[in-house]
Ligand binder design. Structure first.
Ligand code: NDP
Ligand code: 8X3
Length: 250
């Protein structure tokens, strides 16, 4: 029987690549994001392979999250996999000079948004007595770097939430996988640097960065593991990367 995955942040990068990887193995898709047009494009691309539906909401908006999940028709509520991927870094700066709007966007999106979506979806998994939650953390959640304290803190929170979920949910047949990528070439840096393409491109210059599909491959591996196996935590660095901020560029 085919499975259903609920993926947040499916309009680009890791979320979109995960949708593509899941479609490739016949997993039906609930694709979420704020940009309806992008969701429609991804849905159009994948609907020849699997059933696809879309939900447009901002994960920071608690009411919108609950309404969106509640609006799913009953047959789409049989969710097997939740991929909590939506998130971004906003800015790079010291704590004394940092922009508090950026901090709000990161804490509200990466942490509270992930919690709101989880709170809305977990009851559906509990009802079925099975499921798998994949949380996208970051190497930044394991290693703090200068000028990135708030983003790193938001991702450290994801790591802790993954542990908490595993402690609460394993007994109910629900697995939790924490995925911590290193430098992945997506729209991440474009968002962090507020549309500054030159600055964003520099992040990925001089080495071969991870691609979104590399992370999707690992997620697919985790959700396809047999029942007796829980892939608890995966850290994936670029080949030329030895730590969050240590990248061996040519
Ligand atoms: P992208 O910017 O390409 O994708 C981010 C996705 O998140 C988009 O689909 C965006 O959709 C969605 N999103 C962001 N904020 C919100 C929000 N408030 N409400 C709903 N959706 C939101 O970046 P990545 O694919 O790289 O990022 C995906 C995840 O991976 C993030 O959690 C990021 O922190 C993490 N990560 C990224 C790494 C990297 O180097 N790229 C490394 C480690 C972790 P839309 O704008 O349409 O809402
Ligand atoms: C994204 C990776 O190291 O730029 O989470 O923060 S990093």
């Amino acid at each position: 029987m085919s499975r259903i995955a609920f993926i947040t942040g499916a309009t680009s990068g890791i979320g979109k690549a995960t949708a593509e990887a899941f479609a490739g193995v016949g997993i039906d898709l609930i694709l979420c994001g704020r940009r309806q047009e992008r969701l429609d494009e991804v849905a159009a691309e994948l609907s020849s392979k699997v059933k696809v539906t879309t939900l447009v909401f901002d994960v920071r908006d608690k009411g919108a999250v609950i309404a969106a999940v509640g609006s799913l028709p009953d047959n789409w509520k049989n969710i097997d996999i939740l991929v909590n991927n939506a998130g971004n870094a906003h800015g790079l700066g010291t704590l004394d000079e940092g922009d508090t709007d950026d901090w709000d966007a990161m804490i509200d999106g990466n942490v509270k948004g992930l919690l709101y979506v989880s709170k809305a979806v977990i009851p559906l998994l509990l009802e079925r007595g099975k499921g798998h939650i994949v949380n996208i953390s970051s190497i930044a959640g394991k290693q703090t770097y200068a000028n990135g304290a708030v983003y790193c803190a938001s991702k450290a929170a994801v790591e802790v939430i993954s542990e908490g979920m595993r402690l609460e949910l394993t007994q109910h047949g629900i697995k939790t996988t924490n995925v911590a990528p290193g430098a992945v070439e997506t729209e991440f840096s474009l968002v962090r640097f507020k549309g500054d393409e030159t600055r964003a491109e520099k992040v990925y210059q001089g080495f071969d960065p991870l691609q979104a599909g590399d992370i999707a491959d690992a997620i697919l591996y985790a959700v396809n593991a047999p029942d007796r196996v829980t892939i608890a935590d995966i850290t994936i660095l670029a080949g030329a990367q030895s730590a969050a901020t240590v990248i061996h560029r040519k």
